[in-house]
Design a protein around this ligand. Structure first.
Ligand SMILES: *[C@@H]1O[C@H](CO)[C@@H](O)[C@H](O)[C@H]1NC(C)=O
Ligand SMILES: *[C@@H]1O[C@H](CO)[C@@H](O)[C@H](O)[C@H]1NC(C)=O
Ligand SMILES: *[C@@H]1O[C@H](CO)[C@@H](O)[C@H](O)[C@H]1NC(C)=O
Length: 180
């Protein structure tokens, strides 16, 4: 009976009292890893799943789904520490600018952050990355799970390998995360 009285209000309304939130995330973690987006071969990590029904659109509005490895070193064969799972869509109308928007969860499968993830929702200027090897670009991180709950942050990334013929690329990431 006491239990029933305690939970009864839950059925009557769909919201809680509004209170002051806890302090903002106070931890800062930096991550360094490599991401390999491989479209070629018989076991690609990234696969085009939809494109517009026009003949002249090129890559524009192609949608790519991926489950790509994250490793500690620049070689794909080096120790895998996580996965990048999600989508990117080629959104640059100018065919000389291969820009995309990335909607992707980067999750870790080993080490201290095993089971935790953060996510990108960011522009991903692929031409800029491919054009100059030393070019560093910035991407936005909008959330996280596990140790990275409520994460906000950014990534600085540059290409360590690009093959413009088949689209394969490896990128180095330096990620800065503010989280609980
Ligand atoms: C693509 O568009 C053309 C013309 O609008 C149409 O005839 C054709 O059936 C469409 N193809 C697909 C796969 O939807
Ligand atoms: C990561 O966590 C999963 C689930 O808890 C566990 O099964 C796995 O062994 C862990 N991996 C490493 C490398 O610690
Ligand atoms: C990432 O950080 C390392 C160590 O500070 C640095 O050597 C490297 O150039 C950085 N890479 C990027 C893409 O910012």
């Amino acid at each position: 009976m006491i239990f029933w009285l305690a939970i009864a209000p839950v059925y009557g309304q769909y919201y809680s009292e509004t209170v002051m939130p806890p302090p903002r995330p106070g931890k800062l973690t930096r991550l360094h890893f490599f991401f390999h987006d491989i479209l070629s071969g018989t076991n690609p990590g990234a696969v085009p799943i939809a494109r517009p029904n026009t003949t002249n659109a090129g890559l524009y509005l192609n949608l790519i789904a991926m489950d790509d490895p994250l490793t500690v070193g620049p070689e794909q064969t080096l120790r895998r520490v996580g996965n990048a799972q999600g989508l990117y869509v080629w959104t640059a109308k100018d065919p000389t600018l291969f820009g995309a928007v990335l909607y992707t969860d980067f999750s870790f499968t080993s080490g201290r952050f095993n089971g935790s993830s953060f996510r990108f929702f960011s522009q991903f200027p692929i031409t800029e990355i491919a054009r100059a090897k030393e070019q560093v670009i910035e991407m936005a991180i909008v959330g996280g799970r596990g140790a990275f709950r409520m994460a906000r942050g950014y990534a600085l990334t540059r290409a360590t390998y690009v093959n413009l013929m088949n689209g394969d690329a490896s990128l180095e990431f330096n990620v800065t995360l503010y989280h609980y």
